[in-house]
Design a protein around this ligand. Structure first.
Ligand code: FES
Length: 174
């Protein structure tokens, strides 16, 4: 499930209830199941919110500060909601050899955020992932599940422009 900014109150209450039900499936407290719980919470909520981490902290009796320090160690966890356009950039070996770190740098520069974050407008979020299974097309990125292959710095600018124009067009039709 993808979480967007400014969730209505009712939706956030439903999310809390869903997280309560999720936690009930983990009768043993403590650290052993922490990673699995966090993975499932993120799957449900789209990211790990402060409120969810507090809930997990209370339920598993692990201090929230400890949960943060463990979760931030793993690239897989995010602490802000995904943007309307979620960009994944591959950091697998084939993509790395063909310049994915330069592509990542360009994305970060163009979006004004670092990987793992979301633009202030909520439009784009950026995630670094391991091999996306399209190594022969390296370097690869995906946006909301659409793959872009053999990306270059110039292509990145064009791709972002495409989404910005699309967003502008949609807002114009409102
Ligand atoms: S390494 Fe990037 S798709 Fe495999």
């Amino acid at each position: 499930m993808i979480a967007y900014f400014s969730a209505p109150h009712k939706e956030s209450t439903m999310m809390h209830d869903a997280i309560d039900r999720l936690l009930e499936r983990f009768p043993s407290k403590g650290k052993e199941c922490l990673i699995q719980v966090l993975q499932e919470v993120q799957e449900l909520e789209g990211y790990l919110s402060d409120q969810s981490i507090r809930k997990v902290s209370e339920y598993l009796t692990i201090p929230a500060s400890r949960i943060y320090s463990i979760a931030t160690f793993y690239d897989q966890f995010r602490f802000t909601p995904q943007g309307r356009y979620h960009i994944r950039i591959c950091r697998g070996t084939a993509c790395h050899v063909l310049g994915s770190s330069t592509i990542l740098g360009e994305l970060e520069k163009q979006l004004g955020i670092t990987a793992g974050n979301t633009t202030r407008s909520g439009m784009f979020s950026l995630e670094v992932v391991s091999c996306m299974g399209a190594c022969s097309l390296s370097p690869v990125i995906s946006i909301n599940g659409t793959f872009y292959d053999h990306v270059t710095l110039a292509k990145i600018r064009d791709i972002l422009l495409l989404y910005r124009n699309r967003e502008e067009g949609e807002n114009g039709r409102d």
